[in-house]
Write a protein that binds this ligand. Structure first.
Ligand SMILES: [Zn+2]
Length: 188
């Protein structure tokens, strides 16, 4: 028994290890120690963090989301719920939408017990969940059908109770804020 989400796929034989690769229906995945992801997120180098964020956002938008949508239905709200459950069940932490607005294309996501932030507590001075930021930016870009950026405004690595992520179109973001400029490329 793992958790409800993965147990269901084990039960119907859709979680597989074949030819030395894991897959969940047609989504390939690896089991990766959190230390390795924390190592990528620990580099306090703005340029590296931004490139990591944009690379993950791009993969989620172009590669992962179409696989999810193919297997699990096309409705944006169902797709969002599935993504939230998938990343929570995969051990990233407990993801929860605390605001979701399809009119303004804005969402705020709270993540408690971020696996990466727990390992980096006291080791980084700025929010560190760049991988989750990229995952959320890609996911909401697909759900809202427009280009969405994500800024981590609170992080458990700085002893906040939860991490918090604001996802919205670049045109709605206040680039005069330092934390925004540290996490996103300024687009003029
Ligand atoms: Zn965080």
């Amino acid at each position: 028994m793992l958790n409800k989400f993965f147990d269901k796929f084990v039960f119907v034989n859709q979680l597989k290890f074949k030819d030395y690769n894991f897959s969940l229906i047609n989504v390939p995945f690896v089991i990766l120690p959190t230390d390795i992801i924390a190592g990528l997120c620990e580099a306090e180098n703005e340029e590296f963090n931004k490139r990591l964020y944009y690379a993950v956002k791009n993969s989620v938008t172009k590669e992962l989301s179409p696989r999810f949508k193919l297997d699990f239905g096309m409705e944006p709200e169902r797709f969002l719920k599935f993504s939230e459950t998938f990343f929570t069940a995969s051990g990233f932490g407990f993801l929860k939408n605390i605001q979701l607005d399809f009119q303004t294309n804005r969402a705020i996501v709270s993540v408690s017990n971020s696996a990466v932030a727990q390992l980096l507590q006291g080791k980084v001075k700025k929010p560190c969940d760049h991988l989750l930021r990229g995952i959320l930016a890609g996911t909401f870009s697909v759900a809202f059908k427009t280009n969405i950026e994500c800024v981590e405004t609170k992080c458990h690595a700085q002893h906040q109770s939860n991490c918090e992520f604001v996802c919205e179109p670049a045109a709605s973001i206040d680039f005069s804020k330092q934390e925004v400029r540290e996490q996103l490329d300024l687009k003029l």
